[in-house]
Design a binder for this molecule. Structure first.
Ligand SMILES: [Zn+2]
Length: 213
């Protein structure tokens, strides 16, 4: 019989002996009373950009939806399968989170692929090419800018993509209404995996500013 990956088994045992044991009261209360996370985070699937790790969050704090490129699609109630929109609906309508954070990150493979039409495998496949099409118009504009270096283009699209997702968030009628009522706050963030810097988006200027240590 195929064995479960040993690295994960060891990790699980360490978790049970360490963190679960330390926070057993908290887990028990969360099991009894249900979750009440204060924040929804939309993050990339990238294995280096886990929001719970970056924000040092415990169980029950963050409701996290991760997808390739940390993108929010526009509001399209068309009967298709929309996993990110379903997670948004549940977090906002049922859990009533107070904050939504769209968090991008440096060296994002999805963004790199969007800037390189020949990139494999992200431009091919049955699903990813269509998904990354969400930022194709922005990618095409940045791609054509010969005054920027490839690194500058990559960072630019990572940040433009966050703004694009925030604009799409506001296309969901219940998000727009709650934001206008000041019951829901939307934020952008960008994490540099190389040095751990977190840049947050200024809500007035939309500029990304590095958070001081
Ligand atoms: Zn990524």
């Amino acid at each position: 019989m195929l064995s479960f990956p040993p690295l994960l088994l060891n990790g699980y045992r360490d978790f049970m002996a360490g963190r679960y044991s330390d926070e057993s009261d908290r887990y028990r209360k969360l099991a009894e009373h249900g979750q009440k996370p204060h924040t929804l985070v939309v993050a990339c699937c990238d294995s280096r950009s886990a929001p719970e790790t970056i924000f040092n969050a415990g169980p029950g704090e963050l409701f996290v939806v991760r997808n390739v490129g940390n993108m929010v699609p526009p509001y399209e109630p068309d009967g298709q399968y929309h996993s990110t929109s379903a997670a948004l609906e549940f977090a906002v309508q049922s859990l009533k989170v107070r904050d939504i954070i769209v968090m991008g990150h440096g060296r994002c493979g999805g963004i790199a692929a969007a800037l390189d039409p020949d990139a494999e495998p992200l431009s091919a496949g049955d699903f990813i090419g269509k998904w990354m099409g969400l930022i194709r118009p922005a990618a095409e504009q940045i791609q054509g800018n010969s005054h920027m270096t490839p690194t500058e283009r990559q960072t630019a699209l990572e940040r433009v993509s966050i703004r694009n997702s925030i604009a799409n968030l506001r296309s969901f009628p219940w998000i727009e209404i709650l934001e206008q009522q000041d019951k829901l706050h939307i934020h952008g963030a960008w994490f540099d995996i190389a040095n751990g810097e977190l840049w947050t988006m200024n809500s007035q200027t939309n500029d990304f500013v590095r958070l001081e240590d």
